[in-house]
Each structure stands twice: as structure tokens, then as C-alpha cells.
Design a protein around this ligand. Sequence first.
Ligand SMILES: CC(C)(COP(=O)(O)OP(=O)(O)OC[C@H]1O[C@@H](n2cnc3c(N)ncnc32)[C@H](O)[C@@H]1OP(=O)(O)O)[C@@H](O)C(=O)NCCC(=O)NCCS
Length: 194
Amino acid sequence: MTTIATALTARLREIDRCALEAHFLSLGGEDRRLRFGSSISEDGLREYVARIDFEHDGIFGVHDDEMELLAVIHVAFSDDSAELGLSVVPEARGMGLGSALLVRAMTHLRNRGTPEVFVHCLTENGAMMHLAHKHGMRIIPAGDETDARLAIDPPDAHSLFAEWLNDSHASAVQRLRRNARFSRALLGIFAPAR
Ligand SMILES: CC(C)(COP(=O)(O)OP(=O)(O)OC[C@H]1O[C@@H](n2cnc3c(N)ncnc32)[C@H](O)[C@@H]1OP(=O)(O)O)[C@@H](O)C(=O)NCCC(=O)NCCS
């Protein structure tokens, strides 16, 4: 299981669409309600994933060694701001993955000159409210639903370098994990039967 010490956030691409769908389908009904603000069926989730534009939006994830997605953040741009949607599988919660993805999303937005980010969630969502507050977001409750907002600084050399370093590291680890998975599959095929 991945821990915060090894949590590596990788930008997801077209090749990850199936894994992304599997991640959302693995969430239980209550988690889907918290993530999307209302109940959503399996078909609804499939449609949501099918509509994602990986080039326009930023989708980042944390994988385990089998390249399954433990955690995902969707950065959806709208005019001069961007909305974040975050989900972590229950077994991997409380290990800092949500926090790591929030930081990664904010760096992405900063380096693209986006001035503001927000999260829209249910007011009952204690974990998300805690995370938003911890990352300096302004909490604006409105009944059952709450917005958390944050103004984002313009990019600087440090933010650009941090993103480059993170992505280079993530690509290298992704390659190793895919190769290791391929080797294990080959071993499974060619291992002599006992
Ligand atoms: C919200 C969510 C993404 C958090 O992911 P995570 O990986 O557990 O987040 P982290 O481990 O980085 O941090 C969780 C923090 O919330 C705290 N927390 C957990 N449950 C809490 C609760 N009910 N009330 C207040 N704080 C809570 C933890 O103690 C931890 O605090 P710390 O970092 O100060 O120690 C995850 O619970 C989830 O996927 N929930 C279902 C979907 C959802 O609600 N998405 C958000 C709507 S966009």
C-alpha cells in the first residue's frame, strides 16, 4: 500500500481512462454522493469519465504498484477559475493522498496562471472541509452545500521547477511500474507448470 512517503502524483492521460473508470466504480454509494454532491449510477459514472478531456482538464492520480488508482483529483477549468473534485479509496484514506493531490492541483493551476480555485462540497463532508481549511481555503457555507475558495499566486521559478521535478519523477516511476507489471504477466505465462 502506498504511504505519504511514497505518494507520487501523476498526470493521467487517455491511456488511464479505464483505470479512472474503475476507480470511480469502486467507490461506494455514500462516497459517490460526497464526491459528486448527489447519488450517481454506474452508467452516470461511465458517462462522466467518457466526457473527460485529458488535455483540457488536469486529472492527477496516485497509483499503487499494480498501477491501480488509489486517489484522483479532477481539475476542471471554467472561465477564470477551476473546480476541484477529489476522491480517495477508503483503504488509502488518512495517509495524506488527498492532501498531496490538492497540492499537485494547485501547482498545476498556478503554473497556468489560473487566479482562483474552488471546491464545492456538501457541508456534512467533514474530511473535505478539514482538508480545504488546512490548505488555506476560505470556507463559505450556504446551507447544505459549501464552497471553499482560494486565490492562487502567479507562477514563479520555484513552482515551475517543482512541477517539472514531480512530473519527471512520476514518469520514471510509472515506466518502472508498467515494466514490472509486464514482466510479472510474462512470468505468469511462461512459468513452468508445477
Ligand atoms: C475527502 C477525502 C478525499 C480525503 O482524502 P484523504 O486521503 O483521507 O485525505 P488526507 O489523508 O490527505 O487528509 C484527511 C484529513 O481529514 C481528517 N478527517 C478525516 N475525516 C474527518 C472528519 N470526518 N472530520 C474532520 N476531519 C476529518 C483527517 O484526520 C486528516 O487530517 P490531517 O491531515 O490534519 O491529519 C476522502 O475522504 C474521500 O475520498 N471521500 C469521499 C469523496 C469526497 O468526499 N470527496 C470530496 C468532495 S469533492
